[in-house]
Design a protein around this ligand. Structure first.
Ligand SMILES: [Zn+2]
Ligand SMILES: [Zn+2]
Ligand SMILES: [Zn+2]
Ligand SMILES: [Zn+2]
Length: 308
């Protein structure tokens, strides 16, 4: 490993991370799949001229998403989805009439009769499903967008891997490196800032895939530790095809970790909490840093390879 591949960087800090991690899941989707105006699939029922018209019937007018049984209606016949029903305090949003608990069975039967596109069609999934299987499929669809793997902010960006790589580079200014070995120096001057977890992300292009190397500080119980781990930008079944090592040390001592990268489907915090990575206790990190103990200077080396 040539020394000139190392980088030297003040580890940035960030604040109030504790509640921020999981929020990004639900919020946004970069790409909203357009409804298929050109859908030619016939519904196969007399009186229904096009599946498009049926799809419009099944749009909830309040949240604009597709209604699934149970579908509700007010006494005047205004329909709404079950999630909106929970939100409107028993008042029809259209006519303000009291809602009660009336189901729209006719529309539910129409919904059940449809074969529907996976909502990630625009991302490459062309499978079709009866409504009952659609939601289950979408939770596991391999084309579903990934959350941004950047852990230091409340980032709600989602997308496929190429989109996220561009996003990490452009919006988070993440360092990108080509190659399957690395040699990084982490330098930090104020060692008392363990409380505000400091962290860093570097992305490696290797085997035509991208890997996120996370480095951060947090408290493990009472003990301040540093932790480094790798996440794979792709699904778990592919992540398992790779292995990696991390090594840190000085003065003829070293600490080595060999592991399997985790998919970025799994949140950064979950990987951290599972301690699936190289953990360096603060005192040892200071020892490895040499000097007077006021500065952290860790050299982290590693390698990624593909299992046969
Ligand atoms: Zn709704
Ligand atoms: Zn109404
Ligand atoms: Zn799908
Ligand atoms: Zn982001």
């Amino acid at each position: 490993m040539a020394p000139d591949t190392s980088i030297c960087k003040e580890v940035p800090k960030f604040h109030s991370i504790h509640s921020d991690y999981s929020k990004s899941n639900a919020n946004t989707e970069v790409q909203k799949v357009p409804s298929t105006k050109s859908a030619t699939a016939s519904v196969g029922r007399p009186g229904i001229s096009s599946s498009n018209g049926v799809h419009e019937l099944l749009d909830c007018h309040i949240c604009m998403s597709m209604m699934y049984p149970p579908i509700h209606q007010c006494p005047n016949g205004h329909t709404l989805c079950s999630e909106c029903k929970l939100r409107v305090h028993n008042r029809c949003p259209t006519c303000r009439h009291e809602l009660g608990n009336i189901r729209c069975l006719a529309l539910e039967r129409v919904a059940e009769s449809l074969e529907l596109h996976c909502k990630y069609q625009s991302l490459g999934c062309y499978d079709m499903f009866p409504y009952s299987g659609k939601l289950n499929h979408e939770q596991e669809c391999r084309f579903r967008p990934y959350n941004c793997p950047y852990a230091g902010s409340e980032c709600s960006v989602m997308g496929d891997i190429p989109t996220l790589v561009t996003h990490l580079k452009d919006d988070h200014k993440v360092d990108m490196h080509d190659g399957c070995t690395f040699n990084h120096r982490y330098v930090k001057s104020n060692l008392e800032e363990v409380e505000n977890a400091t962290w860093m992300l570097t992305v490696f292009n290797c085997f035509g895939k991208q890997f996120c190397l996370h480095f951060e500080t947090f408290r493990l119980g009472m003990a301040p530790v540093y932790m480094a781990f790798l996440r794979f930008m792709g699904d778990d079944n592919e992540a398992k095809k790779f292995s990696y090592t991390l090594e840190v040390g000085a003065d003829r001592r070293k600490l080595t970790w060999q592991g399997v990268p985790r998919s970025i489907r799994l949140s950064h915090q979950k990987v951290r909490d599972s301690q699936d990575g190289l953990i360096i206790h603060k005192n040892l990190a200071i020892f490895f840093s040499g000097g007077d103990g006021r500065e952290l200077k860790l050299r982290l080396t590693g390698r990624i390879w593909k299992e046969q």
